[in-house]
Design a protein around this ligand. Structure first.
Ligand code: PMP
Ligand code: G9A
Length: 424
C-alpha cells in the first residue's frame, strides 16, 4: 500500500525495502507451515524460571532504580561483566571498550550512520546477513560481495576485489564479516585466514566489523580466537548479542571498539534511543554474574547439536542427489545449493503448498545472484517437524526438478561439480 504522504518521504526511506526475513517471520505464526526460515532460537530453551528469579531479586533489591533511564554507554555492571567474558576469549579490554546496544542490529545501523556516506563501498560476503546490508544501504552505501567457500571469505579474492574497486576510484571503508558459523552459510573462517584478512584490512585502511552472534554456539571442532583478539591497531569493531545465547526479546547486545571510536558510536546512538532497555541490561548482567549463562549455553548447545544432526541426517536420507549443502560446526543455519535450473524464489510457492518454508538464497547476495540457493534454520523447529519438514522440502525440490526437466527450463541439472557448496 502506498501512503498518500509517500511523496514527502526522504530519498533513503523511499529506497528502503522490507526485509525478506522479517516478512517470512510472519509464517511462523501459521500452524500449518513448518518454517526453517527465520533465524529464531528455540523458545523451549528460554530460561523462564531463572529470568523470573532474577527479576524478583532485582525488584526486591534495587527497586525502582532498574526502571530508570540509563547512560547511553550501558549499565556499568553489564559492561564490566562483558569485558571480563571477552577477555576470557583472548581480548584485552575493559568497560571503556564496551557499548551496550539495542540488539546488534542497532550496532550495525549506528556503524552505518557513523562511517557511510552515499556511494561509499562496503565489502561483504557473498552471501551475507541481509539485516546488515539493509542497514548499510539505508545510508546510500553500495555493497560489494566477495564469494565464500567452505572456509568463508578467501583473502586472495578479497584483495583482488579491493584492487579492482580501487582501479575504479572506489576505496572500501568497511569490511563486514561473520567469521563464526556465518549467517546464512554456516561456514567459519579459520585462524590463518582471519589473520590474513586483518593484514589486508590494515594495508587498505578498512574498518572490520566482526559480527559474532553465533560464536558461542559451537557443537563440534575447536574454538577459535575472535578477530578482535588479534586486532593490533584497533580497527576491528566486535559485535556480540544476548539474542542467541539468552533471549532476543531483551534486545540487549554489545559492541566492542577502541575508546575514541566507541565515543563516536555513543554520540550516534544517543539520537537513536537514548539508552538500551535498562531493565533487560540488569537482568543480563545478573545472568552473567551468577554464572547462569554457561549452564544455559551447555544446555542449548546440546539441544542445537541434536537438531543440526537431525536435520543433516534427514537431508541425507531424503534430499535428491542433485542438492548439496554445508555441514556447519555450529550456529543456526545450513546452506543448500541446488542445480542452476532451480530458482528457489519461484520454488517457494510450491514449498508453501507443501507447507514448508525457507529463505531463498538471493536475498543474501548483494547482487541478487545465488538464485539456486536457500537457507535452512535448524534451531527453531521441533525434532519431529525437522524430519517432516525436510521430507516436504525434498518432495518440493523433486517436483521442481521434474518441472524444469519437462519445461526444459535451463539445462543445468547438475550439482556444483567444483564441490563449491556456498556460492553458485
Ligand atoms: N547479525 C547477524 C549475523 C544476525 O544473524 C542477527 C540476527 N539474526 C543480528 C546481527 C541481529 O541480532 P540482534 O539484533 O537480535 O542482536
Ligand atoms: O530478523 C530476525 O528476526 C532475526 C533473524 C535473522 C535471520 O533470520 O537471519
Amino acid at each position: 500500500m502506498v501512503s498518500k504522504f509517500s511523496h514527502l518521504y526522504s530519498k533513503n526511506a523511499r529506497e528502503m525495502k522490507a526485509s525478506e526475513i522479517r516478512e517470512l517471520l510472519k509464517l511462523t505464526e501459521r500452524k500449518d507451515i513448518i518454517s526453517f526460515a527465520g533465524g529464531l532460537p528455540n523458545p523451549g530453551a528460554f530460561p523462564v524460571d531463572k529470568v523470573r528469579e532474577i527479576c524478583n531479586h532485582l525488584l526486591d533489591e534495587k527497586g525502582a532504580n532498574i526502571l530508570q533511564y540509563g547512560t547511553t554507554e550501558g549499565v556499568m555492571e553489564l559492561r564490566k561483566a562483558i569485558a571480563d567474558r571477552m577477555n576470557k576469549k583472548g581480548m584485552d579490554i575493559n568497560y571503556h571498550n564496551v557499548l551496550i546496544t539495542s540488539g546488534s542490529q542497532q550496532a550495525l545501523d549506528i556503524i552505518g550512520k557513523t562511517f557511510l556516506d552515499p556511494d561509499d563501498t562496503v565489502i561483504v560476503g557473498a552471501p551475507t546477513y541481509l539485516g546488515a546490508t539493509n542497514a548499510f544501504r539505508s545510508y546510500g552505501a553500495v555493497m560489494e560481495g566477495v564469494p565464500l567457500d567452505e572456509n568463508g571469505m578467501d583473502p586472495e579474492l578479497l584483495e583482488e576485489k579491493i584492487r579492482l574497486l580501487q582501479m575504479h576510484g572506489r576505496s572500501p571503508e568497511l569490511l563486514y564479516l561473520i567469521p563464526a558459523f556465518q549467517n546464512p552459510s554456516g561456514v567459519t573462517i579459520p585462524l590463518e585466514r582471519r589473520k590474513r584478512i586483518l593484514d589486508i584490512a590494515r594495508e587498505y585502511d578498512m574498518v572490520v566489523v566482526e559480527d559474532a552472534p553465533y560464536s558461542e554456539l559451537r557443537y563440534s571442532g575447536e574454538a577459535l580466537k575472535p578477530m578482535k583478539a588479534m586486532d593490533e591497531d584497533g580497527r576491528v569493531i566486535y559485535l556480540g548479542t544476548f539474542s542467541k545465547i539468552l533471549a532476543p526479546g531483551f534486545r540487549v547486545a554489545w559492541c566492542i571498539a577502541e575508546p575514541d571510536l566507541l565515543n563516536k558510536l555513543i554520540i550516534v546512538k544517543q539520537a537513536s534511543d537514548l539508552c538500551t532497555n535498562t531493565f533487560g541490561q540488569h537482568i543480563a548482567a545478573e545472568y552473567l554474574n551468577r554464572g547462569y549463562i554457561d549452564e544455559h549455553l551447555e544446555k542449548i548447545k546440546s539441544l542445537y547439536k541434536r537438531k543440526r544432526d537431525s536435520m543433516l541426517a534427514a537431508m541425507d536420507a531424503h534430499f535428491p542427489a542433485e542438492a548439496k549443502w554445508t555441514k556447519p560446526e555450529g550456529g543456526m543455519f545450513i546452506w543448500v545449493t541446488l542445480p542452476k535450473c532451480i530458482d528457489t524464489k519461484d520454488m517457494f510457492v510450491r514449498a508453501l503448498e507443501n507447507s514448508v518454508a525457507y529463505v531463498h538464497g538471493a536475498s543474501f547476495f548483494a547482487d541478487r545472484s545465488g538464485k539456486n540457493t536457500m537457507r535452512l534454520n535448524f534451531t527453531y523447529a521441533s525434532d519431529e517437524d525437522i524430519d517432516i519438514g525436510i521430507k516436504r522440502l525434498a518432495d518440493t525440490i523433486r517436483q521442481e526438478l521434474e518441472t524444469c526437466r519437462k519445461e526444459g527450463k535451463g539445462k543445468d541439472f547438475r550439482p556444483n561439480e567444483e564441490g563449491l557448496v556456498v556460492g553458485v
